[in-house]
Ligand binder design. Structure first.
Ligand SMILES: NC(=O)c1ccc[n+]([C@@H]2O[C@H](COP(=O)([O-])OP(=O)(O)OC[C@H]3O[C@@H](n4cnc5c(N)ncnc54)[C@H](O)[C@@H]3O)[C@@H](O)[C@H]2O)c1
Length: 258
């Protein structure tokens, strides 16, 4: 596939997990990919993988909660890769606690990365995408925005914020050919889930992660590459009439939960 030849995509959270899988998929489709994350080693791993498959990648270590770092990352990547046509935002963190056990810094940490981060990235991506005459953005919400669980107040709030800002931003930019959608992942096999399982009182975190996957009506965990294929579609011209949507990649889970 070469559907993105001549296009530039910036991918945040690209050091591992879904972001790394999306970056590899977009590069395989011909895009030059700007990789953004706070994890330098992981960034280099993703860049090496893309180079190994014959693609082009540039790396910027940046914290998505810092506006100066986000602004500088987009400036640098646009200069290095020749512009920005697409943004795919995956930087994210988890944390679980009932409100009385959750201090203010934890609220700020989760909301900062998961809600302020994508907002700042869109803010600084749009002027570059505008210069190219249009483009597309995919943000990352979660099933937890729509069907939550005990101890997930802050994480759920952060992902509901993404779903809400997706609609508003889609309205702001529909008239200039910039489509903005978010994905709503279910249980995806990444290290984030290992981190989440470690927060629970269990002797077997791997089994706990697999048990979360079995809740999907498709009765298995979802692979990052399966999410990447949906992101690839939403960023492509095949989705030219799709904007403001929250696109579920949840193996049917929200249909079951209502
Ligand atoms: N894995 C799942 O089951 C699942 C389900 C629903 C939603 N999501 C969401 O998908 C996105 C990707 O998740 P994942 O499973 O690949 O997670 P992951 O933990 O494997 O990857 C997240 C990446 O974000 C980076 N990151 C964290 N804070 C950052 C910051 N301040 N600035 C820049 N980068 C930062 C991390 O270094 C890491 O590389 C997240 O937003 C997550 O909330 C994941």
């Amino acid at each position: 596939m070469t559907g993105f030849t001549g296009k530039v995509a910036v991918v945040t959270g690209a050091a591992r997990g879904i972001g790394a899988a999306v970056a590899r998929a977009l590069a395989a489709d011909g895009a030059a990919v700007g990789l953004v994350d706070i994890a330098s080693e992981g960034l280099e791993r993703t860049a090496d993988a893309i180079a190994g498959q014959g693609g082009r990648a540039a790396v910027v270590r940046a914290d998505v909660t810092s506006e100066p770092e986000v602004a500088a990352a987009f400036e640098h990547l646009a200069a290095d890769l020749g512009g920005v046509d697409m943004l795919a935002s995956f930087a994210g963190v988890v944390g679980y606690a009932p409100a009385p056990d959750c201090d203010e810094r934890e609220w700020d940490r989760i909301m900062g990365v998961n809600a302020k981060g994508p907002f700042l990235c869109v803010k600084h991506a749009i002027p570059h995408i505008r210069r190219r005459g249009g483009g597309a953005v995919v943000l990352t919400s979660s099933i937890m925005a729509f069907a939550t669980e005990q101890t997930a107040a802050v994480y759920s709030a952060s992902k509901a914020a993404v779903a809400a800002m997706t609609g508003a931003m889609a309205l702001d930019h529909a008239g200039e050919g910039i489509r903005i959608n978010c994905i709503v992942p279910g249980v995806i096999r990444t290290e984030l889930l290992d981190d989440a399982a470690a927060l629970f009182d269990t002797d077997d975190p791997k089994a706990l992660v697999e048990s979360w996957g079995l809740r999907h009506p498709i009765a298995r965990i979802i692979e990052p590459d399966e999410v990447a294929q949906v992101v690839r579609f939403l960023l492509s011209d095949a989705a030219s009439a799709v904007t403001g949507s929250c696109y579920r990649v949840d193996g049917g889970l929200l249909s079951r939960l209502g």
